[in-house]
Write a protein that binds this ligand. Structure first.
Ligand code: GDG
Length: 734
């Protein structure tokens, strides 16, 4: 059975010591819960760091820890204190974290950090490689391990690799700041499926891939040589029932058994039943917008004296990365703000902000969720934010209001929240008021809708969905490879070719015999190609025809003196060996003055694009333009042309980074069949790369060997990935 292995920075256990005897404490985080549900079902291992610096323990102690973890299906990757410092605290938390959360001013660009990141990723990849069986699945998690997918794929292409990023993927303009941006992307592109919390992160990622590498992207599929890579959004859920059930237990806990937090909260409400409580929970991180929240709350108290004594903010800030200067400064700022608000508005009976700088047990967390009237969640950037989901799950009586930042990934699933921009403190202040005054009925309506959604797409469904997509991408890849010319198929085809007495061979030029360049005039045949054509055409039984959309002047010049037939402009012109140009189809160009100005305007507005004028067609090339702009303009141009061409028997052809307008009814398929008349060929072969070649594949006789170059869907019977593969195959025929 194929296994599924998980790779993440931390293992789902912490190591505890009881008088030097190590033990394991299971982690209760969302990731651990979700992954436990899949990796055990799939009989896989969990590969990660146990959380202790390896050089602070003796080899024997490390072995003990390893053995304990191994019993739980975990494989340990050991990191020294120095590695933890440079890799985790350095590159992960001082480079990627601030950059991906749009804090470029906090980013450290140290090459030592980068080197440590590469080395540690290598360790994770090596450990994973040790456990992999034939055709297994691997699911790699988060920003600490962005290079691992490629490291595994390079050595084990048979492994299907998924990767999930838990933080935002920033816009290209931010991502490009990083000196190692290409390396990170290459690392990710080793995966077959790349998941994000939201579609926004997905499109930022695709845009970076397009701009940095120029790979072909079809909706959410990236095509690289013979691989298909899928990017998709999977909003991570929580263990919904766990929170709902815990909240329901809390409501039923007898007075004497209630926790101290529970009792304190009740005391607060006892003082005045009209009192309200606002909740805020996060790690103390600059991405969480804690000062913004405090300033907005301060404004609220300033503007609404009627709420003095009636509303408190209970703020749990979990200590985090406190050896980093930006976090220390943040802590001072938060301490000051809390002090200032409490100093201004507090009294003996009233504390406006209850501030806890620590973490709390799960039980207390749910008590706070279930007893707070409002959750104020205002990150300036957050990949998802699970706290928001946990608050909703804990509201078992369906009351409560969520005030939520539009910068958190979770907002996409919480349209019913009161949504604010955390940088607008006036808006947040108004939202606090709106939340406190929201009628019960409306609260219930909004909360019920959110609960229904979050209960359905919980962390188990999320994990299952991702694994399902991983299996699908594996099938997609197999479907593609099904048409690929393997060594065995190649042998068969060569056998058929050898037996034939008369062979008609149709070869498209650009993208088939020769790779693309920005300027289409720069791709005349190279020496290798010329030699290949000479060899092919020197065989008596072969009738070789170059069949292309190019103009007859260019092809005529490039192939002058060669023993090939030429079909140009998609089938308008034919030049038989030794003969003159003849017109195969009744083409006209009287329409050109009408269409040319339209195309000219696209050239003007799209830097890097240009217009090519053939005898019977006009072509707008956008390969040299900025990729996304080019695609967008091509779409606009097609729309604009559609009305114009319909009335003039014209056709719009979309080639590879070109939009071409030409007389209707002319295509390579019709031209090739015309050429084949009276020829009596007993072996017909056609090769081409774009959709103008699909006419050829469809219209040639069924016995023809049709070969698509590239990995897109095709009606050809076979596929070859690249121009190099085409040349290699033709060499066998020569
Ligand atoms: C990253 C992304 C993304 C918090 N305080 C206590 C406590 N917690 C638990 C919460 C929640 C989790 O920690 C925090 O999750 P978040 O999603 O809010 O944030 P990050 O830790 O920054 O996580 C984030 C997430 O990955 C998942 O993909 O949503 O955007 O930054 O579950 O309940 N738990 C306990 N005591 C506490 O004091 N027991």
């Amino acid at each position: 059975m194929k296994k599924l292995h998980i790779v993440s920075n931390r293992l789902p256990f912490s190591i505890t010591y009881d008088e030097d005897k190590p033990g394991l404490e299971p982690s209760v985080g969302g990731l651990a819960t979700g992954m436990n549900s899949v990796y055990k079902d799939f009989n896989g291992k969990w590969i990660g760091w146990p959380g202790i610096a390896s050089d602070t323990k003796s080899p024997i102690e490390l072995k003990q820890v390893e053995a304990l973890l191994a019993k739980e299906g975990c494989e340990s990757v050991h990191l020294t204190a120095h590695e933890v410092e440079e890799f985790y605290e350095g590159f992960c938390n001082n480079t990627i974290w601030p950059l991906f959360h749009y804090f470029p001013q906090y980013v450290d660009f140290h090459s030592e950090f980068w080197e440590a990141y590469v080395a540690v990723n290598r360790k994770f990849a090596d450990k994973t490689l040790e456990v992999l069986g034939e055709g297994d699945y691997v699911w790699v998690h988060d920003y600490q391990l962005m290079l691992v997918p490629e490291m595994i794929k390079r050595e084990r292409p048979d492994i299907t690799i998924g990767y999930f990023l838990h933080i935002p993927f920033p816009s290209y303009e931010v991502f490009r700041i990083l000196p190692w941006r290409k390396e990170l992307l290459k690392g990710l592109l080793g995966a077959d499926l790349i998941g994000f919390h939201t579609y926004d992160y997905e499109r930022h990622f695709l845009s970076s891939v397009r701009r940095l590498f120029g790979y072909e992207i079809n909706f959410n599929q990236i095509h690289i040589d013979d691989r298909i890579i899928l990017a998709d959004a999977f909003p991570m859920g929580i263990d919904y029932d766990k929170f709902a059930e815990a909240a329901s237990r809390i409501h039923q806990t007898p007075l004497k058994d209630r926790s101290e937090v529970h009792r304190e909260l009740e005391k607060y409400f006892l003082m005045d039943p009209d009192r309200k409580l606002i909740l805020s929970i996060d790690r103390l991180d600059y991405s969480k917008g804690i000062p913004h929240r405090l300033r907005a709350f301060n404004k609220f108290l300033e503007r609404h004296p009627e709420y003095h004594g009636k509303v408190s903010l209970i703020m749990l800030a979990v200590p985090s990365r406190n050896n980093v200067i930006h976090y220390q400064r943040l802590k001072s700022e938060v301490d000051e703000l809390v002090g200032s608000i409490n100093g201004l508005y507090g009294n003996i009976n009233y504390t406006p902000v209850w501030y806890f700088y620590r973490s709390m047990p799960f039980q207390n967390l749910v008590e706070m969720y279930s007893m707070s009237d409002v959750a104020l969640i205002t990150p300036v950037r957050d990949g998802m934010n699970l706290v928001a989901k946990e608050y909703v799950a804990s509201r078992i009586n369906q009351t409560g209001v969520m005030v939520l930042s539009e910068m958190a990934g979770v907002v996409k699933e919480m349209g019913e929240a009161v949504v604010i921009n955390p940088n607008d403190e006036n808006e947040t202040e108004r939202a606090i008021l709106q939340a406190l005054e929201m009628p019960g009925e409306e609260q219930v309506k909004r909360m019920t809708a959110m609960q229904k959604r979050l209960k359905r797409y919980d962390v188990f469904k999320w994990a299952k969905d991702f694994v399902g997509a991983l299996q699908r991408v594996n099938r997609l890849q197999k479907d593609f490879l099904a048409k690929k010319i393997t060594d065995k198929i190649s042998e068969e085809l060569v056998g058929r070719y050898k037996k034939a007495k008369k062979r008609a061979i149709f070869l498209d030029y650009d993208g088939t015999l020769k790779g693309f360049k920005d300027n289409p005039q720069e791709v005349q045949p190279d020496a290798e190609l010329e030699h290949l054509i000479e060899e092919l055409t020197s065989i008596e039984q072969n009738v070789v025809t170059i069949i292309s959309g190019r103009d007859k002047e260019t092809l005529g010049r490039w192939f002058e003196g060669k023993q090939v037939n030429l079909i140009c402009e998609h089938g308008v012109w034919l030049k038989r060996l030794g003969g003159d140009w003849e017109m195969l189809a009744n083409a006209s160009n009287s329409w050109m003055p009408m269409i040319r100005p339209v195309l000219d305007s696209y050239v003007d507005r799209t830097p890097g694009s240009f217009l090519e004028e053939k005898n019977y067609s006009l072509v707008w090339h956008f390969r040299g333009a900025e990729a996304e702009l080019g695609e967008l303009r091509a779409k606009e141009l097609r729309d604009e042309l559609t009305g114009l061409v319909a009335n003039h028997n014209l056709e719009i052809m979309e080639g590879n980074k070109v939009v071409e307008v030409k007389t209707g009814g002319i295509n390579k398929g019709a031209a090739a069949n015309n050429f084949l008349m009276n020829m009596d060929a007993d072996f017909i072969m056609a090769m081409g790369d774009d959709w103008t070649d699909e006419f050829l594949f469809r219209e040639l006789p069924d016995t023809a060997v049709t070969i698509k170059v590239g990995i897109k869907h095709t009606s050809a019977s076979y596929k070859l990935e690249t121009v190099e593969a085409v040349r290699k195959f033709l060499k066998q025929l020569a």
